[in-house]
Design a protein around this ligand. Sequence first.
Ligand SMILES: NC(=O)c1ccc[n+]([C@@H]2O[C@H](COP(=O)([O-])OP(=O)(O)OC[C@H]3O[C@@H](n4cnc5c(N)ncnc54)[C@H](O)[C@@H]3O)[C@@H](O)[C@H]2O)c1
Length: 285
Amino acid sequence: MSYNLLKGKRGIIFGALNDMSIAWKVAEKAVEEGATITLSNTPIAVRMGDVNALGEKLGAEIIPADATSVEDLEMVFKKSMEILGGKIDFVLHSIGMSPNVRKKRVYDDLDYDLLGKTLDISAISFHKMIQAAKKLDAIAEYGSIVALSYVAAQRTFFGYNDMADAKALLESIARSFGYIYGREHHVRVNTISQSPTMTTAGSGVKGMDKLFDFANRMSPLGNASADECADYCIVMFSDLTKKVTMQNLYHDGGFSSMGMSLRAMNAYEKGLEEYMDENGKIIYG
Ligand SMILES: NC(=O)c1ccc[n+]([C@@H]2O[C@H](COP(=O)([O-])OP(=O)(O)OC[C@H]3O[C@@H](n4cnc5c(N)ncnc54)[C@H](O)[C@@H]3O)[C@@H](O)[C@H]2O)c1
């Protein structure tokens, strides 16, 4: 059902790879709600993924760009304004990748060149995106910029590795830039902290199936799906949230406020064997 929440608005959606991607669902809903959009992803993702099919379906042009390149990002904003016929009202940063995770480098054996890449792709790209937009004066008054985060920015989760540090930086950038952009142009900058979601990036997280199940059991409302995340993004792009900025907004069924739930405790009771290393020592964690 459409509420026309984005009628006449122009947006850029970064990070739709395939129909599991959160950005894919956001793009579909944005158009359903009356927006016109452009889509962007890396040249390789555009070649290998299904984003061309999404573009065709939604009548949206695809602008290949590496989000770590300032020149590419400037080009995306310039082209999008040309194509859509004016300043941009909303932007989704739905980008994340850790080469350390991909190469199975654990947190106490990180490769620092790869850590630099994780931070650049998953967090600093958000700064680059906002700075490029601001320098070009590409965002309309009360425009809305949203990036997707995860609760590992605040609390430690086994296996989330250097992505936790990237998400902490991402959320900090939203606050720091939200102040400046809000003060000068009334542009809102927020992050949405989403439940574990079965996507290509999500499946890279160690033990994702168990993490997904644990979060689901802990959350009174259950895990939030990619579709539900898209709904929240639409509300954040709409005029209904004009005074919300510099926030990290949990969209997690209540997980972030829980300590222990009955459902999680029941599952825990089924297996109380301690996890031990090869020397029989209990591993706490
Ligand atoms: N899946 C989850 O469990 C979960 C939970 C909370 C937050 N998030 C966040 O949601 C966002 C979207 O991830 P997703 O789960 O939809 O997975 P996804 O794999 O569908 O999306 C990740 C996207 O990042 C893009 N990307 C990677 N490097 C890039 C670069 N250099 N420039 C431009 N784009 C680049 C990929 O091509 C891909 O489209 C990420 O920030 C992720 O961390 C995901």
